[in-house]
Design a protein around this ligand. Sequence first.
Ligand code: PRX
Length: 659
Amino acid sequence: MMWLPCGCTSKYLFTSLSRRIVKYYHDFSGKSSNVLACMPEAASFEGVWDHSGLYEFSVGHTDSFWGAAARHRLTWISPFRSVQDCDLRRGTIRWFEGGKLNVSVNCLDRHVHTFPDRVALIWERDEPGTEVKVTYRQLLEATCRLGNLLRRHGVNRGDCVTIYMPPCPAAVVSMLACARIGAAHSVVFAGFSAEALADRIRDAQSRIVITVNQGVRGGKVTELKQTVDLAIQSCPSVQKVFVAMRTESPVVMTARDIAMEEVREQKDVVCEPAAMDSEDVLFLLYTSGSTGKPKGLVHTQAGYLLYASLTHRCVFNYHDEDVFGCVADIGWITGHSYSVYGPLANGGTTVLFESTPIYPDPGRYWEMVQRLKINQFYGAPTAIRLLLKYGDHWVHKYDRSTLKTLGSVGEPINTEAWEWYHRVVGDGRCPVVDTWWQTETGGICIAPRPSAPNAEIVPGMAMRPFFGIRPVLMDSEGKVLTSNNTSGALCIAQPWPGMARTIHNNHQRFIETYCQPYPGYFFTGDGAYRSKEGYYQIIGRLDDVINVSGHRIGTAELEDVLVCNVTVYAFVVLKKEVDVQEADLVRQLKDMVSKNIAKYACPDFIQCVQRLPKTRSGKIMRRVLRKVVERDLDGLGDLSTLDNPAAVQEVIQGHRDLC
Ligand code: PRX
């Protein structure tokens, strides 16, 4: 069985390295030109006066750098004793030990003291023009009310609450209320099926689930409460389900369910924040691995928050009172770090986007930019590629003069999409920051910014490591590649505060996945190219994880679902005796993926083949299949180890017929 990504992303991955590199220079003159403006605490670092000095300092004097950043940026209940105690070989990562703080205080209370009426959240609801604004004071009150309610229902410090909600203030309130009382949260993307949700609830052993009656997206209503009801049939740990009302439509409530409206009846808007240790768990976030079930990556309090806030500030050049528009769903790490924790820690105004890029029409993003006066827009290449096909007029219709920075995340952005984003959306005047990072890294690790004034930005390249990040490339023998103009496995040579600490309930898997492949280094699972100039370009996953619409999914997870159909093997290889209409089978398999994983994971193409190209030792040659799908037949490479060369021709022919 075999699964491959298909389409322009993967094609781009393997052709981009040889393309002509076009460079853009951005004028960072003026206030924002000084990198120290985004990190004033760096003024105390001796000899540091420019970007490269600050970067060198950050990787050479890690404790001074992160210690100063943590003291300056976070509000502590009691100070930390040591900056870090990490050992990548053993997979132990501990930052700011001895310190106590509360994340919700850092995201709310301290801003309420200085600017209570500043807008914290703009909930951009599905119907354009119906946005809802929530101030810092309101957000703190709602968080405290829910915190009190959760405490009353027996949620304790250390419990894990599962949140199954689309982007909305109630979801953010739920996350922050957990942080307030010291419970961890696990936000599960509201597009996931009941089975996928149940897997995650069981793994986290949640007693409490928070959801909404219905979701609304792209004009369509989804029955989220019903999905929760179905999921928890196989989750004996769940005792209570809190239900917020997104629509007027009533849902069946059982004795186990609690209407979130009760929150409003909570008179007490004071909720004592729990004094959390720096290394207590803040949240779990499940992501696909190359084998087995999704893994619950664990992020902790202080290091994560510090890293999310500093990257948000520096990479996007975020200034006070800017409106930050990250359109990712809160079910992904991008939503956690750049819709919620980073902007709120910085006292920012952040947009929660409920809709789709093409609802009600392909001008949605840019109409929203005009209406909400968005200054930084952060989206995914998959949406940019989709929108560029609809034409420039959808963009030109709207005033985008407030935009200052455009961000991209989740997968490589091909040159055509990058240039369209830069030229059409940003009118050629906004830097495009292609940001590389992962659920595991907690925040952005490689991005064009921060950088020296007038530094170049190369289309489609993540380019420069962030402060404190030391990327290295490894060859196939595990040796560090020291030269430029080379590619290899991307590792990070020293710990940073935002990195995940472990996999929930499975530290051994954490060690095996990230620490053992290259002892002493954090292995990212990605391949990268380092240009002559020393800039990084991400090539893509080296393992069996694929990127579908910017979301990560393990081939094993897909295959697990597909094999449940006893009549087939997939990529898809039919057993000889099977007599079935191909179209029916394809439809059936697509339905299964939608139902068992999520709609977004549903394949665009399923190719039925007689057999797959295999090595003599029986391994499927995925590399060859990928090249066929990319139509890069010249790049098939060495086929001498193939056991059945004719299989390649069959796959090529089948692919031609299908596409
Ligand atoms: O392969 C890389 C790709 O997305 C993976 C991480 O996925 P996830 O944990 O879901 O987080 C996505 C949002 C941070 C990476 O291992 N990826 C992410 N950003 C980029 C990227 N690939 C190329 N360029 C990027 N800018």
